[in-house]
Ligand binder design. Sequence first.
Ligand SMILES: [Zn+2]
Ligand SMILES: [Zn+2]
Length: 60
Amino acid sequence: MQYEEQRCPICGKENHCGVVEGQKTCWCMTEKFPEGIIKAISKEPKKCICQNCLHTYKEI
Ligand SMILES: [Zn+2]
Ligand SMILES: [Zn+2]
């Protein structure tokens, strides 16, 4: 178990990424991420952000 990968790189909370949990798909694969958020996580591309952060980002 690599707990580091289960953390959202933006808020540091659990991201519930399906890939990290051993599934082949994840909600993040079907979601459209705004360009700004992709840049924000580009340092840690393997990590999934959490849905909370995505919603927050979309509302800005
Ligand atoms: Zn987050
Ligand atoms: Zn994911």
